[in-house]
Design a protein around this ligand. Sequence first.
Ligand SMILES: *Cc1c(COP(=O)(O)O)cnc(C)c1O
Length: 384
Amino acid sequence: MDNASMLTWIELSRSALDHNITSLARLAGGVDMAVCVKANAYGHGLAETIDVIRDRDDCAYVTVHSLAEASACRDAGWRRRILLVGPFPLKRANDLVELDIEPLISDKSALRAVGKAAAKRKIRLRTHLKLETGTGRQGITEDEFDSFAKVYRQYDSLVRPYAAATHFANIEDTTNHEYAEYQLDRFDRMLRKLASLKLRPDIRHTASSAAVILFSKTHFDLVRPGIAVYGHWPSKETYLSYRLMGGENRLFKPVLSWKTRVMQIKKLPADAYIGYGCTYRTTAPTTLAVLPVGYADGYSRALSNQAYVLINGKRAQVRGRVCMDLIMVDITDIKGVKIGSEAVLIGPSGGEFISAEQLAGWAGTINYEILARLGGHLPRLIVK
Ligand SMILES: *Cc1c(COP(=O)(O)O)cnc(C)c1O
């Protein structure tokens, strides 16, 4: 399919995705990668992303949040390893064993369920033990170590604590990294305590994108980058910290563009209202373009009267409220717009660019949320 037959679609740059993974692999200094593909590959499309990364031998793992995502990775032809970082229904532990999915364990009943499933089939399964070092989310605390050690002993030959892992709470939201250092110290202390209980994981992993970029001592044996794979900085603070360290500018290139087409053009007089709630009123004769995209596609209603789209390389502002499936933009001063003209919601047009970060700013959120909420139903095309 080419984009001529589409009204609203997403384009993915294969070369940008390759470039970003190469940058991350270089930063990680040859440590294996677990490419994070949760949330439909941060909105980029799970199958499409796997299609690009499956041939790279530096991507040992993909990281997913749910069993459904893990299973979709297998369906998309991913034969290598899968790290499941979210919870799974205990009744489905058999599926983990059958699909060879390595769960991140932070709950004893989950470990028991996996142990039973592995014992039933006499299949070995690697587990990754999540340690609570101060994020206050998943992860086991030191007072639970004894009881986890018991469960591991019970399923000794089949289920091992293959890895120890943790996750940083405050690495992308600040240029002060004391809290990350504190979590690393705790991680180290917890590993020594585990060793005293004869739990000695083969590998350790802690690093999301910001940690991969800023802290080589968090890399250990495996890194788990997400947002940077897709060409986005985890935050301004991460970018600033990196540039202050003297890092290069073109480390990551955005992979995704989001496009739609002008479906109607209309002229309104001065003093006319636009859209639900009459939140915008023209002050002069105005030409509007109607675009077939709305909050049902992930174009947040918070963008009402805030955002711009690009048409013919020029900025056209969203007028009135974002509807479920439509938006209206002001093209009064843009020449040559026709029915079918391309409108860029995220990405370049002429010399102009609208980034996921700009949309996030207008909508009062972060780039992660803008990307993760892109409608799963939108067609994705891999280009160059
Ligand atoms: C989402 C996630 C990551 C990736 O985070 P980014 O900031 O997108 O790089 C890494 N590890 C875990 C446990 C995650 O949930």
